[in-house]
Design a protein around this ligand. Structure first.
Ligand SMILES: O=C(O)[C@H]1O[C@H](OP(=O)(O)OP(=O)(O)OC[C@H]2O[C@@H](n3ccc(=O)[nH]c3=O)[C@H](O)[C@@H]2O)[C@H](O)[C@@H](O)[C@H]1O
Length: 432
């Protein structure tokens, strides 16, 4: 049986010679403890060394960030201030997040054109071709709208923007969009639509004065509901995609900021928005590209071969709904993070009230493009899609004066005209 002392010895073969004679074992035992404490000291030294290395690195990092950040400085502040300057009596100064996005660009332009001050914020991520976002940025620049290159998760940047400008309103359109992409990159939805939203609301709550917040929710919150048309009071607790779940989470999160801090909140449930300068990931856009390139398009079909349908809504109508929301948003009541009374919390459907099936959408595109599509009909995969959407817009009509006027035929004609002028007939024909 091995003695206790033997058991205390390290088991590494060849390192220690086990001597059963008393004094030798004793010496060995003491040497072992001596070497253990030496090891301990070395370990301590290494830990201290690593810790100081890491803190030095973070010092360097923050220093680098300070010197290389794409924002900050006197010139930058001046550009932000100039862009936020109001040019009409009682005008707003609006922070538009996602300003280089589809809806963000159109809303920014509309606000600027009527004399409001607009500062854009966009992270120019590569969810879809960033060159389109850069082109939208150039368009806005031509109308003196400055877009800050940054993320809604950057609390320091947003605090800085509120330091420089006392925004009256925030139009929050930055988001990870797309229903089906949520299965590929779920974290991006949490990052932008949940974490980013909270970071932004934290800044809004602390701002003095607090701005009124109007933000983009989605028709997808109606999820698996079958009762149509969808009304704001209908249940929204059965989302079919993570995208929808994060938008539903956004509605709950904004409610808490309204309740605790007195932020004025308006959530807009957009119904499949389309039009010029649109999003290339959306069906009408990618179908157009594929039809022109002679490539097949995949058209999903619902249960029992029923066609899917959407309440496609034209961008100009959506812009009117956004601007109407800003115009009618009551004031936030808090200051310095403290609520001083109840503030409005509103949710509106912004749809078109006339759903169209996806095959009909394709037929309209064929007519405008004068090219026949190669249709590949497949059963809808379990990818988060819902079979149909249809908005009841009575609330928006009553409260915002929202009245959509563009049918799909007319709206797609304008889209195709833009598409051809932007990309030409041969866009990407030789690619792939
Ligand atoms: O209202 C919203 O809140 C959302 O609207 C939009 O989602 P959707 O309504 O799903 O639009 P979109 O992708 O254009 O698909 C349209 C139809 O084409 C079908 N579809 C799509 C792709 C395809 O290859 N084939 C196909 O049949 C597809 O099954 C669907 O039936 C926004 O992208 C989203 O960000 C969000 O804003």
């Amino acid at each position: 049986m091995p003695s206790l002392q033997e058991e205390l010895l390290p088991s590494t073969p060849g390192k220690f010679k086990i001597d059963h004679r008393g004094h030798a074992v004793n010496r060995q035992f003491h040497r072992c403890f001596a070497s253990t404490s030496t090891l301990f000291l070395w370990a301590l030294f290494l830990v201290a060394l690593t810790a100081s290395y890491l803190s030095f690195q973070s010092f360097i990092d923050s220093g680098n960030r300070y010197f290389t950040a794409s924002w900050g400085g006197i010139q930058w502040e001046k550009r932000v201030r100039d862009s936020a300057a109001v040019h009409r009596p009682e005008g707003f100064s609006v922070l538009v997040t996602g300003a280089a996005g589809f809806v963000g660009t159109h809303v920014s332009l509309a606000l600027k054109k009527r004399g409001d001050g607009v500062v854009g914020l966009d992270n120019f991520n590569s969810y879809y071709d960033p060159s389109l976002k850069k082109a939208r940025k150039a368009l806005l620049q031509g109308h003196s709208v400055f877009i800050v290159d940054g993320d809604v998760n950057d609390a320091r940047l947003i605090a800085k923007l509120f330091d420089v400008v006392a925004f009256t309103h925030v139009m929050h359109l930055a988001a990870q969009a797309g229903v089906r992409y949520a299965m590929e990159n779920p974290q991006s939805y949490v990052h932008s639509n949940v974490a980013g939203l909270v970071t932004l609301l934290e800044a809004c709550k602390s701002a003095n004065p607090q701005p009124a917040v109007v933000w983009a929710s989605s028709s997808s919150v109606y999820g698996l509901n079958e009762k149509t048309p969808f009304s704001e009071a209908d249940r929204t607790d059965r989302p079919a995609s993570l995208y929808a779940a994060t938008k539903k989470a956004g509605e709950a999160i904004t409610h808490t900021y309204n309740h605790i801090y007195g932020l004025s909140i308006t959530g807009l449930r957009f119904f499949t928005v389309y039009g010029p300068w649109g999003r290339p990931d959306m069906a009408y856009f990618s179908f157009t590209r594929n039809i022109l390139q002679g490539k097949p398009i995949t058209i999903y079909r619902g249960k029992n071969r029923v066609d899917l349908a959407r309440d496609f809504t034209y961008i100009d109508d959506i812009v009117k709904g956004c601007v109407g929301s800003l115009d009618t948003a009551g004031k936030s009541t808090g200051s310095g993070g403290k609520k001083s009374g109840p503030a409005p919390y509103r949710i509106f459907n912004l749809g078109n009230t006339s759903p169209v099936t996806v095959p009909t959408l394709v037929s309209i595109l064929e007519r405008h493009l004068k090219v026949k599509a190669k249709r590949n009909m497949v059963d809808m995969p379990g990818n988060g899609d819902v079979p149909f959407t249809h908005a009841n817009i009575s609330s928006a009509r009553r409260e915002l004066g929202y009245k959509p006027t563009t049918d799909l035929q007319t709206g797609l004609k304008k889209f195709v005209k833009w598409y051809l002028s932007y990309y030409g007939y041969n866009h990407g024909k030789n690619v792939n």
